[in-house]
Design a protein around this ligand. Structure first.
Ligand SMILES: Cc1cc2nc3c(=O)[nH]c(=O)nc-3n(C[C@H](O)[C@H](O)[C@H](O)COP(=O)(O)OP(=O)(O)OC[C@H]3O[C@@H](n4cnc5c(N)ncnc54)[C@H](O)[C@@H]3O)c2cc1C
Length: 406
């Protein structure tokens, strides 16, 4: 068979798709083109152990580099795809080289959103998405450094925790009135806020930055109320912009990401997409989602690679996400939109608990701190398609397994 399957993006989704094509017995040509200089890698360690200095960037590699090349996968690293020609089944690299493909997977991920205010070009101001970003920020988080973080989302809060571990002073500026407002319930936001305050982070809610000032290097952030925050380094963590440019220019359907069906197929029958860049239907939730999560990048890519080989099954998983901050492992199951009851099992004060969110007795999702076991079991409780008694969910003497049988 002379097929060529090309993959744009050598991040987590691109890597898993390439590996799956081979694992599933595809014998044609597999070419992975990635603009970063690294073999397929994942990003969670970049705001955790690699940023703290407890691990090196190699901890991010999905496999030793030879795993893919030994499997006959061609890695074209430090190369950027400039355009796609869907009708001609071809793509063009930035250097001008053209590659013909039989099927194409777009795993282009996203880019960190930047803050376009006066002074944002000063030295010492960063975003965090790539290995290069972490390598640039890490030496600046020295003992006693004044670190300013813009945005109390997951990246901002993980950087805050890493900076505190390096003994830097940390101020977090957040425009919303609570932390992680997009992902957490108000009660969980409150708990996470307390966690950071206990670790000495100064979190200022309902505030925004209007400009940075400095002498080539950033020295001060000026807030909307006119107050000034001294800083040696600033990390902007205000979200992600999906990298849809290539797909849009090729005429593919875009709507907050590349629009795919439940098999990862885009509006062109031979072009697929996976990972952070996709807006895909989730049959379990009954709505479209664009996820920015490690598990989705891996599992959607595996599912999509199989679909590219003609083994299509709908990608239907309950979203799962985790974050590590200080000694707290925070995990979320589902994307609850509304609920009328909350059941808390465990102790918020002792930092080991799970909150279940129910609507009409149906489990919409859960959030857990240092309780990965119950959180994992929540997936089964949700898949069971039945109602639960909130008091039983909250009762630590009632085993969750028993609820499935009752
Ligand atoms: C610092 C950090 C910490 C995280 N921590 C967690 C966590 O704790 N838990 C969790 O669930 N999730 C976490 N995530 C999210 C998770 O890492 C992402 O969901 C995942 O990386 C998405 O993978 P992806 O392959 O879709 O995209 P990416 O990893 O962004 O990979 C896309 C790749 O495509 C390349 N590319 C784009 N356009 C082109 C082009 N034209 N030509 C060639 N190459 C191109 C990009 O350079 C990039 O290398 C974290 C993310 C970050 C940044």
């Amino acid at each position: 068979m002379n097929s060529t399957f090309a993959i744009v993006g050598a991040g987590q989704a691109g890597g898993w798709a390439a590996k799956t094509l081979r694992d599933e017995g595809f014998e044609g040509r597999v070419v992975v083109i990635g603009e970063e200089p690294y073999a397929p890698h994942e990003r969670p360690p970049l705001s955790k152990e690699v940023l703290v200095g407890d691990a090196e960037k190699e901890a991010c590699l999905l496999w030793p580099p030879e795993t893919l090349t030994d499997a006959g996968i061609e890695l074209r690293l430090s190369e950027r795809v400039a355009s796609i020609d869907p009708a001609g089944h071809a793509l063009t690299l930035e250097g001008g080289e053209t590659l013909e493909w039989t099927k194409l997977l777009l795993a282009t991920g996203g880019s960190a959103r930047t803050l376009d205010i006066p002074g944002s070009g000063l030295d010492g101001i960063f975003t965090l998405r790539t290995i290069a970003d972490t390598e640039a920020i890490r030496p600046r988080l020295a003992d006693g450094a004044a670190v300013l973080i813009v945005g109390a989302g997951w990246i901002g809060l993980e950087v805050a925790a890493a900076a505190r571990k390096r003994n830097a002073g940390v101020v977090v500026i957040e425009a919303a009135d609570r932390v992680c407002a997009r992902a957490l319930t108000p009660e969980m936001s409150e708990w996470v806020l307390g966690l950071h305050q206990r670790h000495g982070v100064d979190i200022r809610l309902g505030e925004s930055i209007v400009r940075f000032e400095g002498d080539g290097r950033v020295r001060t952030a000026v807030l909307g109320d006119g107050s000034e925050v001294p800083c040696d380094v600033a990390v902007i963590g205000i979200g992600l912009v999906p990298n849809t440019g290539l797909a849009a220019a090729a005429g593919l359907e875009i709507d907050n990401g590349i629009v795919t069906d439940e098999h990862g197929r885009t509006s062109h029958p031979d072009i697929y997409a996976a990972g952070d860049v996709t807006n895909h239907p989730n049959p379990v939730l009954g709505r479209r989602v664009r996820l920015e999560s490690w598990e989705n990048a891996q599992n959607q890519a595996i599912n999509t690679a199989k679909a590219m080989l003609g083994n299509a099954t709908p990608y239907a998983e309950i979203p799962w996400f985790w974050s590590d901050q200080y000694d707290a492992n925070i995990q979320l199951m589902g994307l609850p939109e509304s609920w009328d009851e909350t059941a808390i099992r465990g102790s918020r004060e002792e930092g080991s608990f799970i909150e279940f969110y129910l609507a009409g007795g149906r489990l919409q999702g859960a959030a857990a701190v240092n309780n990965p076991r119950d959180l994992r079991f929540t997936r089964r409780l949700m898949m069971a398609d039945r109602t639960y008694d909130a008091a039983a969910l909250a009762d630590p003497d009632v085993r969750l397994q028993k609820l499935l049988r009752s």
